[in-house]
Design a protein around this ligand. Structure first.
Ligand code: FES
Length: 192
């Protein structure tokens, strides 16, 4: 999971990654992968910072980052779906799954739903072909998928997110604020 969700302006948290790799030629992709794991995505500011730290032209860093589909340039949703499009998954129906996601969530590869709940990313082999077709959601594997199983999973995740949202709302309403404490406290002249 990302270690930083805030807008990326402060780069101190990625400094150890840059320090580790700056003397290693040809390590740009590893740096981009680790920074993305840390920050959730690669902003233009962070790409410029990586270029400066590694002593590379910005155009090269932007060029490499945009060449590979594994890199994201905007924050991912709460649930990041990696949908395998490797050979075994392709043969077993991954394209039908992608259509199901488009119908159910209205997003294509590389997109995030408007409510920031789901992001979809097509990837090559996830390394568990015997379970094909496969997707992972935030690292959890869902194998032998059918369009119906996928639909059910997406609906469950949506319900789970809604339940969490309601629980957080209830919790925040229960936290006493100065205002409602004042309302609840007996004022002068109240009956004992
Ligand atoms: S091809 Fe999909 S997991 Fe290998």
């Amino acid at each position: 999971m990302p270690c930083c969700k805030q807008e990326i302006r402060d780069f101190t948290h990625i400094q150890p990654i840059l320090e580790r790799y700056k003397q290693i030629p040809g390590s740009l992709i590893s740096v981009l992968q680790q920074v993305q794991d840390c920050c959730g995505y690669l902003s233009a500011d962070v790409l410029r910072h990586i270029a400066a730290a590694l002593g590379l032209p910005s155009a090269e860093v932007f060029g490499v980052a945009t060449f590979y589909t594994q890199f994201r340039f905007s924050p991912a949703g709460k649930y990041l779906i990696l949908l395998c499009q490797g050979t075994a998954c392709h043969v077993n129906g991954s394209q039908a799954l992608e259509r199901t996601i488009q119908e159910e969530l209205g997003i294509a590869d590389g997109e995030t739903t408007k409510d920031s709940l789901f992001s979809l990313q097509n990837v090559a082999c996830l390394g568990c072909c015997s379970l094909s077709p496969v997707m992972t959601v935030n690292g959890e594997t869902y194998g032998k998928l059918t369009p119906q199983k996928l639909r059910d999973t997406l609906r469950q995740l949506r319900e789970q997110a809604e339940a969490e949202r309601q629980a957080e709302k209830t919790q925040s309403e229960e936290i006493p604020t100065e205002e409602n404490q004042a309302e609840e406290a007996p004022g002068e002249g109240d009956e004992a």
